[in-house]
Design a protein around this ligand. Structure first.
Ligand code: MEV
Length: 440
């Protein structure tokens, strides 16, 4: 039976490993070896990773791949992607190459506004609260000067604060709804620090406001936190070409391909079961770049899916049309990203990824990430509406199956050739490997 422990965080890393191994594993030697196998021999680098979080026992590797040939607004990029799913980088690269010869991707950053809220309870007259808010608003902003000084120098800061009445939903519930421009920073710490200062000033000043009754002076702050829903931090990415240029398949005419492709997008627009999978494929591309560049993929996921539901039902993030013989395919998504602060200056692979992307501004990174999502969706729909997804997917998965059975280099080479012309299924690979071993 596993045991509880107190003071675990204060143990040394080795002691933590010992406790884990003793408490949970039957083959203790094996478990310890696996954990230690992933320790970096460069002590300084290992310490950096140890200190990212609490209770680090080892490192968890994901492959960092690259997808070259992305032409975005006339500039060529090789995009770094951190992901475990075998076909994602291959699919991105294929889509990039396809659009490279058809004008590439065009993007537009529509807006870059971020949001934070102070949630509070007030039992009293709304007119008095509104009068107090209008009086105190400049003070709320002034009191954050020590936080906003540098951001203002860089062109950002607090955009506005509004008082929002939410009493119809919850009795006595109001918000200070604040908007921010955080330039090249994702801005979570900046926003949260400003919000906590707003809350403090708001509460203290309320106690001194003559327009309140004694009971009204007691504003109850519930919490102060940024919102990961950022519908006004929006980017659009697009590809387009003449329908006749959709000619990469020998067995389907371009017009027919365009029609099927558009139908597939329309299905995702109206059918939530399909939309979730359609958008999951988009997030394959988005998360991989978000992760490689040290950004918060959980924040991006939450915000993107909320955006996909903004009209009251969950729908596709991408859209496609054919008008006057021109095929157009685009994505519009909210992305709160940073290229300074957070992990960006700390994690060596994040620094490398950002340098590979030519040290982009946050706006440029928004464009690149949106393009990665659009490309991924193009690749998925391209396969789904023609050959089916499994052909490419299983080809990429072949190595995983071979590794599962400890295939050696020679076996891998032989079977990679064999499966170039034969359909890959789990059982076919197992059978072919077995035959090869019996015959040798
Ligand atoms: C698999 O990770 C992603 C797909 O299911 C996306 C899609 O169906 O559009 C292939």
């Amino acid at each position: 039976m596993s045991k509880s422990i107190s003071g675990f965080s204060k143990l040394s890393k080795s002691k933590k490993v010992d406790w884990i191994v003793d408490s949970y594993f039957s083959n203790k030697e094996d478990a310890k070896n696996i954990i230690k196998q992933y320790w970096n021999t460069n002590d300084k680098l290992q310490q950096l990773h140890d200190e990212f979080i609490e209770n680090t026992i080892t490192n968890y590797y994901l492959p960092l791949g690259v997808a070259p040939n992305f032409l975005i607004n006339g500039t060529l990029y090789t995009i770094p992607m951190a992901i475990e799913e075998s076909s994602v980088v291959a699919a991105a690269s294929k889509a990039a190459k396809f659009w490279l010869n058809r004008g590439g991707f065009k993007t537009e950053v529509i807006s870059t506004i971020k949001v934070g809220q102070v949630h509070f309870m007030y039992q009293g007259n709304f007119e008095s609260l509104n009068a107090f808010f209008n009086l105190v608003k400049p003070q709320l902003i002034d009191a954050t000067d020590y936080i906003t000084k540098n951001m203002v120098k860089r062109g950002g800061g607090i955009i506005d604060i509004q008082l929002i009445d939410k009493t119809e939903a919850i009795s006595g519930y109001y918000q200070l709804h604040a908007t921010f421009e955080t330039m090249d920073a994702m801005g979570a710490n900046f926003i949260n620090s400003c919000l906590e200062q707003f809350a403090q000033t708001f509460k203290i000043q309320a106690q001194q406001f003559d327009g309140f009754t004694a009971a009204e002076k007691n504003i109850d702050i519930i919490m102060s936190i940024l919102s990961n829903y950022v519908p006004e931090c929006l980017v659009k990415a697009e590809v387009s070409c003449k329908v006749e240029e959709l000619n990469a398949h020998s067995d389907i005419l371009p017009e027919e391909f365009a029609a099927k492709f558009i139908q597939a997008v329309k299905i995702a627009e109206i059918e939530p079961y399909r939309a979730v999978t359609h958008n999951k494929g988009i997030m394959n591309g988005i998360d991989a770049v978000v992760l490689a560049t040290g950004n918060d993929f959980r924040a991006v996921e939450a915000g993107v899916h909320a955006y996909a539901s903004r009209k009251g039902h969950y729908t596709s993030l991408t859209h496609a049309t054919v008008e006057n013989g021109i095929f157009k395919f685009w994505i519009e998504i909210p992305l709160a990203l940073g290229t300074v602060g957070g992990l960006t200056g700390l994690h060596p692979l994040v620094k490398l990824s950002l340098e590979l992307l030519k040290k982009p501004s946050a706006k440029t990174l928004m464009s690149i990430v949106a393009v990665a999502g659009l490309a991924q969706n193009f690749a998925a729909l391209n396969s789904l509406t023609t050959t089916g997804i499994q052909q490419g997917h299983m080809k990429m998965h072949l190595m995983n199956i071979l590794n599962q059975f400890n295939a050696n280099a020679e076996e891998k080479a032989t079977l990679a050739t064999h499966f170039k012309t034969n359909p890959v299924t789990h059982s076919a690979v197992v059978e072919a490997l077995h035959k090869l071993r019996v015959n040798n």
